[in-house]
Design a protein around this ligand. Sequence first.
Ligand SMILES: N[C@@H](CCC(=O)N[C@@H](CS)C(=O)NCC(=O)O)C(=O)O
Length: 213
Amino acid sequence: MLTVWGRRTSSNVQALMWCIGELKLPFMRHDIGHRYGGNDSAEFKKLNPNGTVPVLRDGDGASLWETGAILRYLAARYGDAEFWPQDVEARAEIDKWAEWSKINIALNFTGPIFWRVVRTAPKDRDAEAIAGAISTFNAKLDIAEAQLERNAFLAGNKFTLADIQFGHVLYRYYDINIDRSGYPALKRYYDRLTARAAFKEHVMVSYDDLRVL
Ligand SMILES: N[C@@H](CCC(=O)N[C@@H](CS)C(=O)NCC(=O)O)C(=O)O
């Protein structure tokens, strides 16, 4: 049994839970972080000295943190050869897109765009900073768009770990009130993700809790 510590509204928890859902693994999850608190307690910091979510424990194993490392652990232990191949070169191709997504997509969306639009009061929103962040983000989406014009999924024609690291931010990207012109291949890809049960359950989650009004 997997134990997860982290609130459903955390984008990193969503990536982890989506992966758990895709791999159909049994889990229990504790709400930790943001309005639930608990992540600054001494007890939680024994699990993760950073005080961040998610944290994963598999059975009686060591506590794991850093979403990318947790996802790779689950993929290596429970993923099939399509999701996370044994072949080192094939796996590196997927890992390349997964790592790229974490650094270029998730990190350029969550803080610079989502926080500025949703987790900032309207009176404090900086339209110029948001526009600049969207332009930086779009330069990365251009790369994804070219890849998705040629492939059904980010690392090829199969759903892999790379799609988890890339796709988990797209619900928020398509839901928030920003300029999103272009990217037809990305939109078709997103529509394919929204048809996946685990994506619906773990990623298409209301973020009203996070709104600053
Ligand atoms: N690099 C870490 C970042 C973890 C992180 O910043 N998590 C956020 C939620 S997405 C957090 O714990 N925020 C504090 C809170 O929820 O109270 C990872 O990828 O797991």
